[in-house]
Structure formats: structure tokens, C-alpha cells
Design a protein around this ligand. Sequence first.
Ligand code: ATP
Ligand code: MG
Length: 262
Amino acid sequence: MKKTKVICFANNKGGSGKSTTCSNVGYGLTLFGNKVLLIDGDMQLNLSLSLFDEDQVLSFARGEKNLYEGIRRQDDLTDYIVHSEYENLDLIPSSTLMSSIEYELFTKWQREYILKRGLKSIIQSGNYDYILIDAPPTLGGWVMNILCASDEIIIPVESSPWGMFGLGNMFEFLQDVKEIAPDLIIGGVVITKVDARKNYFKQTIESLRELEDVKVFETFIRVDSAIEWSQDGHQPVTAFKKGSRAAKEYLDLTREIAGLPV
Ligand SMILES: Nc1ncnc2c1ncn2[C@@H]1O[C@H](COP(=O)(O)OP(=O)(O)OP(=O)(O)O)[C@@H](O)[C@H]1O
Ligand SMILES: [Mg+2]
């Protein structure tokens, strides 16, 4: 039976590459022989759109098979899993109604642990090697649920001054989270959307490496139009264009996350 590792991709700074990294690392892990469940925790539906077209994503969102319904009803989330066209890659889709998830959580017993409870059977079944959760760009009770359900958090950070500023807030928040999720590990920071023509990213990397106790992944992800084209086609970048720079970088990052030699 598999021991399932739960990793979330979170950062309250919007547009830092959470959804892009979650979907591409998820697909990458399947290429290295893993079975992966992706969970779309954001009302923007971006992770769902990374694998399914708009019509399909909206039909999940308007129907009953989405994370919002599962959380609202406090169900076992096994029944909310859909299969993607890729082998060993499944998804729990999101809904735009996730915008009212904080309200739903408010009245519930032990409200930080509802997602964790919903995932219990899936983890116990040993069906998946990894569960990857895409978090929204917020830091409320719902993100707390995501962190409490995770073994590890990976923080994608955009190489920009405001990206670096946001990271400080994120670490402060993680200090508070320790009280209710004492076993959560900070898996590392991944620098995304690097424009290698600018020197700013070198400064970003240097200042990140100065932080104590924080792993910064060796692999950083550069800006590549293949990412946008792959998202336009609802495909992981490695499936869309295997020879692209982004495909190579995401496979390297996947190896680092899985502890495989890069
Ligand atoms: N390496 C890259 N090259 C080019 N564009 C990228 C790259 N990574 C991400 N993007 C684009 O940047 C935007 C933000 O990325 P993404 O949606 O993954 O960030 P996010 O952190 O999930 O955002 P949000 O906080 O809104 O959930 C998207 O339009 C995506 O297509
Ligand atoms: Mg996102």
C-alpha cells in the first residue's frame, strides 16, 4: 500500500505561479511512476482548467462534483474525484462558490480540519503516492484547512520586490499555523516567472538563500510562452511541448520535490 504525501502550493501573493506549479509538478510526478491526485482549492478554477476545457470545468463547478460541495457537506471526498485524460492523474475540481467557503466553515465543528477529515479515506486507501493541493491567494480559515491537511507546503514566489515582501507575511502566518498544524513541513520556496534578462532575480536568489532554515529549490522557473500556450490548450507544459524550457525546468523541479537526482 502507498504512503500518500500531501503537498500544498500556497502563497497569499497572487499570481506567483501556484496553480501552474501544482499542475506541472503533478503531471511530472506521474511521469516518474507516481499516482497523483490534484485538488483545486481556488474559486478561480485554474487548476481544473489546466486539465479540462471551460465547458467541462463549468459543468463540474455548477454540478455536485466539486470541492465546495464536498466541504459544505463534510463528505468523504473520494466521491468527488474525476479522472483526467492522463494516466494516473486525477482531480477534485473546484467551484466559483468557493468564494463563500469561509462562511460555510464558520459554523462547523473543528473547522480547521474539515479538508483533512474529507481526505482521510483517500489517504487510508493508499491509492495515491501524492495529493497536491492548489491554494487560493488568501490567508484565511480555508487556507488554514489546506495547511492542516498537508504534510508539506511549497511556496512559489515570483522574482519581484513585491513577491519578496509577500514572502515575509507568509512566513509570519506559518509561525501562527504551527500551533494548529505542528507537523507541517516547509518543503521549500520555488522562484517562478524569472526573466533571465533582468538581474533582479539574482538578488532574489541571494536574499532567499540568506534565510535560515528555509530550503530554496535549485531549480527556478523562467518565463516561457509555452506555459501560456499549454494552459490555453488545457495541458501540462510537458505534454504540450516536451522540448520547451518550461517543460525541462518543471521536470527538474519535480525531481527535486520527489527526492530524485536532477
Ligand atoms: N513560467 C511562466 N512563464 C510564463 N507565464 C507564466 C509562468 N508561470 C506562470 N505564468 C502565468 O502567470 C500567471 C499567474 O500564474 P498562476 O496562475 O500559476 O499563479 P497563481 O499563484 O496560481 O495565481 P493566483 O494567486 O491568482 O491563484 C498565469 O497567467 C500564468 O499563465
Ligand atoms: Mg492559482
